[in-house]
Each structure stands twice: as C-alpha cells, then as structure tokens.
Design a protein around this ligand. Structure first.
Ligand code: ZN
Ligand code: ZN
Length: 235
C-alpha cells in the first residue's frame, strides 16, 4: 500500500507522524512481516542499497542491518550521501523521519549545515561527501543548550557553517566570512521571535527557511512547505 505523498526516494512518508509509533516498523510503526522462505530484494530506506531480506513492514519499509545499528548522525550522513533531493525543506523532513532521531538535541546543530550543503550539492550536481562529513563535524563543535547559554542557537549557526563550507570561508576570508556571519545573524533573528522554550525542529526549519530567503543558492526551486507533526511529543 502506498502512502499519500510518499517520497519516491526513501519511501518515507513526508507528512505523517509515523515515526512516533515505535511498535514494529521503526519508520511507520506498522507490523513487520517475516517470511519463512520468500526472500525479496528490498532497498534500504537510509543508504538506498539493495539487500535480500525476509523482513519488511506491511508498507514495504526496510532498513538494512548496517544502517540499523548506526548512531543517529551516521544515519543522517548516509541518508544525505545517498539522497539526490535538492530542496532543503524536503530533505530536512526526510532527516526528521530517520528512526531514533531525538525530539531535541545538539544533533540538530549538525543536521542544518549537512542538509544545506547536501541540497546545494544535489542542486548544482557537485556531490562531495567529504563536505557533508565536514558539516556534521563542525556542527558537533557547538554545544547543546548554546541557544540559551550563549545566545547562539546551534541550528542558526548551522547556516554559517553551511555558507563557510559552500564558499570555502576561513577566518581570514573577506566576503565569504561576511556571508557566513550574515546568514547566521538572520537565522538567529528569526529564531528570537519565537521566545522559548527551545524546539530544535522548529529552529532547524526556521534557520533553513531563513537561509533560503537571504541567499540566492536555492532561488530556482519551488517553495516547499514544512508541516510539523511532532507536536504531541514536545517536551
Ligand atoms: Zn513501515
Ligand atoms: Zn542501509
């Protein structure tokens, strides 16, 4: 059975709250079907590689053993490396639906720059996994709680990381250094309008929308609207 709005790429439903149901399939919550002898070839929803398996859910979801055991940012890295999605909003939605992603946490500091760098690479057809890794690595440098403790939300700073990587900025650069500061500044201003408490998904989407508004990289794309469906587990 196909989902409405099902993504061709990952098979992950782009607009439902499925990952919150944790019984059975870790993507949609549906029952897992175990076959005794009917091995089928399935594509892993994270790394997009094909495997022979006896297990999948009633919606056809399958995650390979290797991806199943990765930590969350390794899963995100694999998904972004395998994805060809060029719209950062749609790509973020896919990342949000990766099984085992916490509702909030410093991992979002890596998700924002890694999504922006990946979407940029997909749009301009210059995929470079080392830069996705670098975005994740730099995001990890920003501590959890930096929004409240330092006045710099790590998701917002992710915009600066993305610009720095895309434009190859260093502390000695001129225009590139300015551009990196500017996108972070705009993202933080947008985030400040919400007050608190923090919501890492909201700040991530707000940062990415701000980035898309104040830079020209993604101007050729059609608008994609993000609809939050994780509210029930907000804490
Ligand atoms: Zn499923
Ligand atoms: Zn996999």
């Amino acid at each position: 059975m196909a989902f409405e709005n099902e993504s061709e790429e990952t098979g992950i439903n782009e607009s439902c709250c499925a990952p919150l149901k944790t019984k059975g399939c870790i993507i949609c919550g549906n029952e897992l079907l175990y076959s005794v002898d009917n091995t089928t070839k399935e594509t892993c929803s994270i790394c997009r590689q094909e495997f022979e398996t006896l297990v999948k859910c009633t919606n056809g979801h399958y995650i390979c053993d290797s991806c199943h055991s990765l930590d969350i940012l390794a899963k995100v890295e694999r998904l972004l490396t395998a994805s060809s999605e060029s719209n950062p909003i749609i790509l973020t939605q896919k990342v949000f639906e990766v099984p085992s992603l916490n509702m909030h946490g410093p991992e979002y500091h890596s998700i924002v720059p890694a999504v922006l760098v990946s979407a940029y690479q997909n749009l301009f057809r210059n995929k470079d996994t080392s830069k996705i890794k670098e975005a994740i690595k730099r995001g990890k440098d920003i501590k959890g709680g930096s929004c409240g403790f330092h006045g710099v939300c790590g998701a917002g700073a992710g915009c600066g990381i993305a610009t720095s990587i895309i434009e190859a900025a260093t502390p000695m650069s001129r225009d590139e250094r300015s551009a990196a500061s500017r996108v972070t500044g705009y993202a933080l201003l947008e985030i400040s309008k919400y007050g608190g408490p923090r919501c890492c998904k909201r700040e991530a989407i707000t940062s990415i929308e701000s980035f898309m508004k104040v830079t020209e990289y993604f101007n050729s794309l059609q608008n994609a609207k993000y609809t939050c469906c994780f509210l029930s587990t907000l804490e």
